[in-house]
Design a protein around this ligand. Structure first.
Ligand code: GAL
Length: 464
């Protein structure tokens, strides 16, 4: 075994420990205070010391660029994956990196949908210390790209052929000015319903195919004394439900006109009023403690048999799996009634913040790990989402995952794939937040449906 340890030290100065192992330099830790003269192998003049350090760093930079160096670095990752299912999925990524000798400095910011995480991010950037990598969605990524804050991932993308395997709908949010600025992890979609199978069976309820079927199922559960709908009253969750309800009420052209094109006629239409009326029906069928509840606690109500349905993105499946539940046996997944042919998607990505020039080796390693086909399968099987690459087999996925992959491919081919309004893939944050405010105020009874429509037009025209 070839192992040399070199100490270059000065009394009271900092200590750099370099190990050469199997022909590779490994830099341990960072510079540390070194006071123990007796521990130093060499006591040398500061001038000589600095020259040696400089030449070693130069040599290491050359080796790093040639890919023959193992640097014990770490990535600091800011994310909002804090629920049980999300944390298990994140572990897949952590372990992948750790197996490459890259440490993981976790920076979790709780809060589904990521609003709180984005607030923390802005504070970190303002303080001049952005994390290495940050989970982000849709238009938020483009916003950071426009500010020139993100590292250029073009080299790793070219080497690994991202252009050929990442769907265009995702590339739209992962590139700015022809430059790859983030690594897509997955594709989620928001127009799903999750149901407790035993509750449906014992009440003779079939999977509802239309809004009217859904109303009948909800009324049957209510009459049986069961909470029909598990919901968490937070703005992003209200908006997630609204994604599906609006799509179901008005169809894909309406969804696109209202949420993506911000067409005033669609925003102010009778269809929009009807969508709000349907939200009021949903509000009338949630339990009285819904306000402020986290999404995963609402999922737990369905898992534990305290409620029949939850309308939520497919990250909810991660919670069922984490609780040891099996699709088709313990729980059912189906598209929100009336949206069987559509997919309203959001894709989690990791943006790499520019750390001063070239993308760092550990950022490149993280990006590369995220897009590897084996990781795409292993991670998304646990997370509830589907791969961000089109060439990953559905073999390892359960029935809901297989359906998710097929739905995505079909929706994309038939022009039925749309960015989720609720999850930042339809419009930039200002418009999204303006919509949140109105949807939530209506859900909480502050506006009737007609007022909500009027407020929506105003809020959007101010925000856009
Ligand atoms: C979404 C995100 C998902 C999931 C969810 C709840 O915005 O895309 O990955 O984490 O929030 O936290």
């Amino acid at each position: 075994m070839e192992l040399y340890v070199l100490y270059y030290a000065l009394r009271g100065m900092k200590l750099l420990t370099i190990t050469i192992y199997k022909g590779k330099f490994i830099l341990f830790g960072s510079f540390q205070k070194f006071h123990e003269r007796s521990n130093s192998l060499f006591i040398i003049q500061r001038r000589i010391y600095m020259r040696i350090i400089k030449s070693i760093i130069n040599a290491m930079a050359v080796l790093a660029l040639s890919g023959s160096i193992a640097v014990s670095q770490e990535v600091e990752v800011l994310h909002w994956w804090t629920s049980g299912g999300e944390a298990s999925a994140l572990n897949v990524l952590k372990q992948d990196l750790e197996s490459q000798g890259i440490g993981w400095l976790d920076m979790p910011v709780a809060g589904g949908g990521g609003e709180q995480a984005m607030t923390v991010l802005r504070a970190r950037v303002a303080a001049g210390s952005p994390p290495t990598a940050v989970q982000a969605l849709g238009f938020d990524i483009l916003d950071w790209g426009a500010q020139g804050a993100l590292a250029n991932l073009n080299d790793v993308a070219a080497k690994e052929g991202w252009d050929d395997v990442i769907p265009e709908a995702l590339q739209y949010f992962a590139k700015y000015d022809n430059q790859w600025i983030s690594a897509p992890v997955n594709v989620h979609s928001t127009n799903w319903v999750w149901a407790n199978k035993a509750i449906l069976d014992s009440n003779g309820i079939e999977i509802p195919a239309t809004w009217d079927d859904f109303v009948a199922a909800v009324e049957a559960l209510s009459a049986a004394g069961i909470t029909p709908i598990a919901h968490g009253g937070q703005a992003w969750q209200d908006a997630t439900v609204f994604d599906a309800v609006a799509m179901s009420t008005g169809g894909p052209e309406f969804y696109k006109a209202a949420f993506i094109d911000l067409d005033e006629e669609a925003l102010g239409s009778d269809t929009m009023k009807e969508a709000f009326d349907r939200m009021a029906f949903i509000r009338a069928n949630v339990d009285e403690n819904f306000s402020g509840r986290d999404w995963n606690l609402a999922t737990a109500m369905v898992i534990n048999g305290e409620a029949g349905f939850q309308m939520m993105g497919d990250w909810a499946k991660g919670e069922f799996l984490n609780a040891g539940k099996v699709p088709g046996e313990d729980f059912l997944c189906f598209r929100f009634p009336g949206t069987q042919n559509q997919v309203t998607f959001n894709a989690d990505q990791f943006m790499m913040f520019d750390q001063g020039g070239v993308v760092s080796p550990e950022q490149a390693a993280l990006a590369s790990a995220i897009l590897s086909p084996s990781f795409q399968s292993a991670f998304n099987v646990v997370k509830g989402s589907v791969p961000a690459r089109t060439d990953v087999s559905d073999e390892a996925f359960d029935a809901c995952g297989k359906q998710g992959m097929a739905d995505l491919a079909n929706a994309s081919a038939s022009g039925n794939l749309f960015g989720s309004m609720a999850h930042g893939h339809a419009n930039p944050a200002a418009v999204k937040n303006a919509m949140y405010d109105v949807i939530t105020a209506h859900f909480n009874g502050e506006y009737d449906s007609q007022t909500a429509v009027e407020e929506l037009i105003d809020a959007v025209s101010i925000a856009k």
